[in-house]
Design a protein around this ligand. Structure first.
Ligand SMILES: Nc1ncnc2c1ncn2[C@@H]1O[C@H](COP(=O)(O)OP(=O)(O)OP(=O)(O)O)[C@@H](O)[C@H]1O
Length: 308
């Protein structure tokens, strides 16, 4: 497998504060890779630099072995970018816009029409060729954004929060399209939603406070992140004080009249003790499941682990 993206010692400072510090990573040519991080973690800054939109303060980015700062034209042939706010010209039709993008990508004149048609086909927007972009729904605008990112058939397609703001149906369609695109491009996408990354990615890179705190497969991520909360449903939900009496319980969050999230500290047989207490006090336990925890907690846990 060849390396499509390599980042060495990447740091960026906006005026006085550092947005990212000493990022090192390598992506092989395969499937969908997720860049997961909370708001302000440094995802967009990293992506903007790797796509040549922003010049870094320190470090190097190689796309398919080409330094994007040294040979931007050559490197950009291998990379397509869907920024957080896609640069759509809404007064153009889909065809006019994609033709313009193909010209910007320096596709040879005689190949432009075929490239536009192919990108439209792949993204399911061929029937909207003559529609003004401003008259498209959010989901279809997003498809036009993806079409411009793949029009020159780059090896790496970078998408900054591509599913943000879509309604549930558009979300399903967008995920399907991203999976299809990943069949013959490497896709790097960012999100602050863990479940989104779970659904789409084989590998995950986690960034927090401008630093990478985890980088491995999704399976390794699942093993690494220890469950530390339990979701319970009880017909006779006791007061919080009663649940707090169970050994190992550190906090109880009441979700509904009959549901609660129970936090615990490193206790292995916590579920057993909850079940025993429930039987003893006739709380009538109806559901219990280990929860991988909220994203904020996972960030905290990984940040601590990465500093150990
Ligand atoms: N143009 C800018 N000028 C000054 N600071 C900035 C600028 N852009 C981003 N930052 C800061 O850099 C840090 C990283 O921001 P970045 O946008 O890269 O994070 P992000 O993970 O993409 O977050 P979001 O999902 O909210 O876009 C944040 O603290 C942000 O406030």
């Amino acid at each position: 497998m060849s390396t499509i993206l390599k980042i060495e010692g990447l740091s960026h400072r906006y005026s006085t504060s550092w947005a990212i510090r000493d990022i090192n990573l390598e992506i092989q040519q395969t499937g969908v890779v997720g860049l997961l991080g909370s708001n302000g973690a440094g995802k967009s800054t990293t992506m903007n630099i790797m796509c040549g939109v922003l010049n870094q303060t320190e470090g190097r980015v190689y796309i398919n072995g080409i330094d994007i700062r040294q040979q931007p034209e050559l490197a950009k042939k291998e990379i397509g970018f869907l920024p957080q706010n896609p640069p759509l010209y809404t007064d153009l039709t889909v065809d006019e816009y994609l033709t313009y993008c193909a010209e910007l990508r320096l596709i040879e004149k005689h190949r432009i029409k075929a490239a536009v048609n192919e990108a439209k086909e792949r993204c399911g927007i061929a029937h909207f060729s003559t529609r003004l972009i401003r008259n498209l729904s959010g989901g279809y605008r997003q498809r036009v954004g993806i079409a411009q990112a793949i029009i020159h058939k780059p090896k790496l397609v970078v998408m900054d929060e591509p599913t943000n703001g879509l309604d549930p149906n558009q979300l399903i369609e967008a995920r399907k399209l991203i999976r299809e695109i990943a069949l013959d491009h490497t896709v790097l996408l960012s999100s602050h939603i863990l479940s989104e990354i779970h659904l789409l990615c084989k590998e995950v890179i986690m960034i927090e406070g401008g630093r990478i705190i985890f980088s491995d497969t999704m399976d390794a991520f699942n093993n690494y992140v220890q469950p530390h909360t339990v979701l319970v449903g009880m017909e006779n939900m006791p007061p919080v004080a009663e649940l707090m009496k169970i050994r190992g319980v550190s906090k109880v969050e009441v979700l509904t009249e009959k549901q609660a999230r129970i936090y615990f500290d490193g206790e292995k047989d916590i579920t057993e003790r909850i079940i025993t207490a429930s039987v003893q006090h006739e709380w009538r336990l109806q559901e219990i499941s280990l929860d991988k925890g909220l994203l904020d907690d996972i960030f905290k846990q990984l940040t601590i682990q990465s500093h150990q």
